[in-house]
Design a protein around this ligand. Structure first.
Ligand SMILES: [Zn+2]
Length: 223
């Protein structure tokens, strides 16, 4: 058996630097929930360096690992990230300010409220702000057996078991959807450009109970 490849966590200031240079999203598509990717594998370089790190969404991360994206293209996008190469990005509240964010959950509107959904003092969904005043999403995803299977930490997507292929993360301007259909777990953020609000709906487990949040009573009767 080979020696297990161990590595230190990427330090927070370096994450911040990579997130900022990427325009707070995947450098290819702008998806706000990202993974930090070593262009030359960490197992080879054995260190975390800004020149070798890039923010990618899960889909583009997979495409790179499946050799569908050449390395040169990643270097090019690292210098020319999607979110910074658009003249105007509409409906991407992740690029806006935390202070102006109006988040709707059911009939409640949250403004400047970091803890969005808390059960027994445990925050399942939080939106903090970074030093630029931008929103940072934090979510804990438990399964029906109360095992933490994935989480979002300051917009970073972290799956606890790398072999867990059941997650589906989708992003289009103004709409973020995270699903694990087989587990009935959902989380969606949808921008309402007219009302200038962001609507949150989620089905998340906590202590073996599936909590449906953000639905109107009529919708709950239908599902
Ligand atoms: Zn992407």
């Amino acid at each position: 058996m080979g020696r297990k490849h161990r590595r230190e966590k990427i330090p927070a200031p370096l994450r911040r630097q990579i997130r900022t240079e990427a325009g707070f999203g995947c450098v290819f598509c702008g998806m706000p929930i990202i993974e930090y990717h070593h262009i030359i594998p960490h197992a080879i370089v054995q260190k975390h360096e800004a020149e070798n790190l890039v923010a990618l969404c899960g889909n583009h991360h997979n495409s790179f690992h499946n050799k569908l994206i050449p390395e040169e293209e990643v270097y090019y996008r690292k210098k020319n990230p999607f979110n910074l190469s658009q003249d105007e990005i509409k409906g991407n509240f992740w690029l806006g300010s935390y202070e102006s964010l109006k988040l709707e959950l059911g009939s409640c509107t949250f403004i400047d409220t970091p803890k969005i959904f808390v059960v027994n003092d445990f925050p399942l969904i939080e939106i903090k702000k970074d030093e630029f005043g931008r929103p940072l999403l934090n979510v804990k995803f438990f399964d029906e057996k109360d095992v933490l299977i994935a989480e979002i930490v300051d917009n970073e997507w972290i799956v606890k078991r790398k072999t867990d292929k059941v997650w589906d993360l989708q992003w289009s301007q103004g709409e973020l959807k995270i699903n694990s259909a087989s587990r009935k777990i959902h989380l969606t953020f949808v921008v309402d450009a007219i009302k200038n609000t962001v609507e949150l709906k989620a089905d998340l487990y906590y202590k073996n109970v599936l909590i449906k949040m953000g639905y109107r009573i009529r919708e709950l009767k239908e599902c």
